[in-house]
Design a protein around this ligand. Structure first.
Ligand code: ARG
Ligand code: GLU
Length: 712
């Protein structure tokens, strides 16, 4: 009985894992090939020849994109290009609503601050790191020794600014890799579908299957005469890739091998039961309720006014994305009995750690008790931070008021002038998309639970006024704040900034503003009571996590461990597969335009199918991209992915592009903490749907002609 459970816990579950490209030949490629992959580890990652890694990049801050032509054409998600598309949109050129296509190369649109980052090579620098630290160091000493080394190594590897260098811990600081990266800064918008395609289903369908979202956009990288990075310049030419993906349009079927190659952001696979309990029982429920309250208020106003819908579209998407993810995560963890599974593992671990032979070699006895103690102290702190970020700073004017401390901190006339200029610009941007009624209701809806439930030791005094002055009526409190504050009133606020001269009277005005006062009181709690304790506890957590990781590796000797995601390039592999999420329900692996039309509903904003798409559907005008009279839209597969994998290339057994990753199903979102091969599915756009939209919707022949198609 005992053996069975240990073995059950030890075996690596199929399809789980986000693997390090440099190490594929060691741990992963055999299994990949056994499952159908036809290429070698060298084909994926090599520093001696062009390899697939040369066709993948970080897009902007947090997405992935990939090259699909020899002229620097790249594809990513619509939601990854959203900022750029929105930035170019105006009432006359509403690219969000109508989509955008540059008929000629010269029409492709410049994007300030948009970069793509290639990985030139990576190096294991663990030995170098281990050489500068010793086990007797405190966590602080250790960190400063490592940071100094990182600075030195980066300096040397950057070749005078030619490369960007990042060094990141893996396996909770048991291993370190250095990443030499090249950043291209001239990235232009080429094509974006209308939101009714690129965001079809909106937040209603987000995290859901079946899905019919054409979530893609197309950009182009430009380089200087030597094919090197350059700021935007009309003289720049399309970047000539070292490698670009072949696009496969042959079609997919259930069971086909799939590989996702991209930049997953963060996972926490090796947490103890104590941490999972804190997240799922203490933090997630509070975050979910606070966001639910905000979402209800935003929806009410957005449904009533088109202006507000536009102003709050991006905010709503941001708030609702994580809200929905946390709901799915909590359900998934519960369904998997994640805490019980972890506890069972920990029980076996204790037995093992306490055995005579193990004690002779390692000192792991007591680590779980230390964890338990740690999370007892960390829980109220994390809960407080959730209230600070999800309640206090969720009120837009309170968040805005944070930057106004610059007026108090500025020393000297120039500094003050600079601060005033920045604040006026910030205020301008803020009021473009601001509605004070929404914000006021939000205030009441988030401060009521905050005042009621804030952990007592970290409770700002300002919360007491709810009872002492407003008889427990949060809306009365909100009315008072919004009546008195200048932060919700554009003209008053800008006038105040302009007239601010550092005089006692103006300072008094600022610090007695009710929004500013609340902000300060919250920030002071953080500075006075939380910051130092939090740093100490997190240092403790880092050091326990490092030991726990080693301990697990020594305990589960036949488990094939992979490092948690950390925004570095990873491979995950699996297969196209349907799923059985609920009793009596089967998720088929593929959706088609048929289902898109089924969802058509002019009454509901998220489900308005564009006329032109309806015409193409009625005429079955799918060109080369359809299959058996159907136009495929999206598919699911068993690849282990997370946030950051958006836009990642989805490849077939020959390493050819078959899709663009953009989401996971709702039943999968606990995979950041615990993966379940039965339930976890990543959602990808079928590349043929993107090609169909390019050709048939936009007539973008020039793009189709340059795309690198596989000969099949
Ligand atoms: N859930 C996907 C991700 O985590 C897509 C988010 C963007 N789409 C949206 N409807 N909010 O990023
Ligand atoms: N949409 C996510 C992203 O922007 C990917 C979905 C996920 O979390 O797996 O990266």
């Amino acid at each position: 009985m005992l053996m069975v459970s240990i073995i059950g816990l030890r075996t690596m579950r199929a399809d789980e894992g986000m693997w390090v490209p440099l190490l594929l030949h060691k741990y992963t490629i055999d299994d990949m090939q056994k499952k159908g992959f036809k290429l070698t580890a060298e084909d994926i990652y090599s520093i001696n020849k062009a390899s697939l890694k040369d066709a993948v990049m970080i897009f902007g801050g947090g997405c992935t994109a990939e090259l699909i032509s020899e002229q620097g054409l790249i594809i990513t998600n619509h939601h990854c290009g959203y900022g750029a598309i929105q930035h170019h949109s105006s009432l006359e050129h509403d690219y969000l609503t109508n989509g955008f296509y540059a008929p000629k190369m010269g029409d492709e649109l410049e994007n300030q601050n948009l970069t793509v980052t290639f990985l030139v090579r990576m190096e294991d620098v663990t030995d170098k790191v281990m050489a500068v630290i010793d086990p007797k160091m405190t966590e602080n000493q250790r960190n400063s020794a490592i940071n100094k080394l990182i600075a030195d190594l980066s300096m040397a590897a950057s070749e005078e600014g030619k490369y960007n260098v990042a060094i990141k811990p893996f396996f909770n600081g048991n291993q370190y890799f250095m990443f030499i990266q090249k950043v291209y800064r001239d990235v232009r918008l080429v094509l974006a579908p209308p939101s009714a395609i690129g965001k079809f289903g909106g937040d209603t369908d987000n995290w859901m299957w079946p899905r019919h979202t054409g979530d893609f956009s197309v950009f182009r990288i430009y380089a200087d005469n030597n094919n090197e990075p350059s700021e935007f310049n009309v003289e720049n030419r399309p970047y000539k890739p070292i490698k670009s993906f072949e696009v496969s349009t042959k079609g997919i079927k259930e069971g086909d091998f799939t590989m996702v190659f991209g930049y997953p952001g963060r996972t926490q696979q090796y947490l103890t039961s104590f941490a999972v309990r804190m997240i799922s029982e203490i933090q997630n429920p509070v975050r979910i309720v606070l966001r639910q309250n905000r979402i209800d208020i935003m929806s009410k106003y957005m449904n009533e006014s088109d202006l507000i819908r536009i102003q709050y579209a991006a905010k709503y998407a941001r708030v609702s994305n994580a809200w929905k993810k946390w709901i799915g995560e909590n359900r998934g963890l519960k369904r998997l009995n994640a805490i019980e599974k972890k506890e069972e593992l920990e029980k076996e671990f204790e037995k093992w750690a306490n055995s005579k032979q193990v004690k002779k070699k390692y000192d792991y006895v007591g680590i779980l008790n230390e964890y338990k103690q740690l999370y007892t102290e960390l829980s109220p702190i994390n809960l407080t931070l959730d209230y600070i970020f999800e309640a206090a700073f969720a009120v837009e004017i309170i968040n805005l008021s944070r930057s106004f401390t610059a007026l108090l901190d500025a020393t000297g006339e120039n500094a003050l002038l600079g601060a005033k200029k920045r604040l006026n610009a910030a205020a301008d941007a803020f009021f473009k998309d601001y509605n004070a009624d929404i914000d006021k209701e939000t205030f009441a809806a988030v401060f009521a639970p905050y005042a009621l439930n804030a952990p007592t030791e970290y409770r700002p005094d300002v919360l007491n006024v709810l009872n002492t002055e407003f008889g427990g009526d949060a809306m009365q409190w909100a009315k008072y704040v919004f009546d008195k504050t200048i932060f919700s009133k554009k003209d008053e606020l800008i006038k105040f900034v302009e007239e601010f001269d550092g005089s006692e009277q103006k300072i008094q005005m600022l610090v007695s503003d009710p929004a500013f006062e609340i902000m300060e009181s919250v920030v002071n709690i953080y500075n006075d009571k939380i910051r130092i304790k939090q740093m100490a506890l997190e240092a403790k957590e880092d050091s326990l996590d490092r030991i726990w990781m080693q301990a697990l590796m020594n305990f589960q000797t036949d488990r094939n461990f992979y490092p948690d995601a950390n925004s570095t390039l990873r491979v995950s592999y699996g297969k196209i597969e349907s799923a059985y999420p609920y009793n009596g329900v089967k998720y088929l692996f593929q959706t088609t335009l048929e289902g898109y039309m089924e969802k058509d509903n002019p009454e509901i904003y998220d489900y308005r199918v564009p006329e032109k798409l309806k015409e193409l559907y009625l005429a079955k005008d799918y060109g080369k991209w359809g299959e058996n009279g159907q136009m495929p839209v999206a598919f699911i597969a068993t690849n282990h992915t997370t946030g950051g994998n958006s836009g990642s290339p989805v490849l077939n057994a020959n390493g050819q592009l078959i899709g663009v990753n953009f989401d996971r199903s709702w039943e999968s979102t606990m995979s950041d903490i615990m993966f379940d091969p039965e339930q976890c599915r990543n959602i990808s756009l079928d590349i043929r749907f993107a090609l169909f939209i390019m050709e048939k919707y936009f007539g973008a022949e020039r793009l189709i002609n340059e795309i690198n198609f596989a000969k099949e």
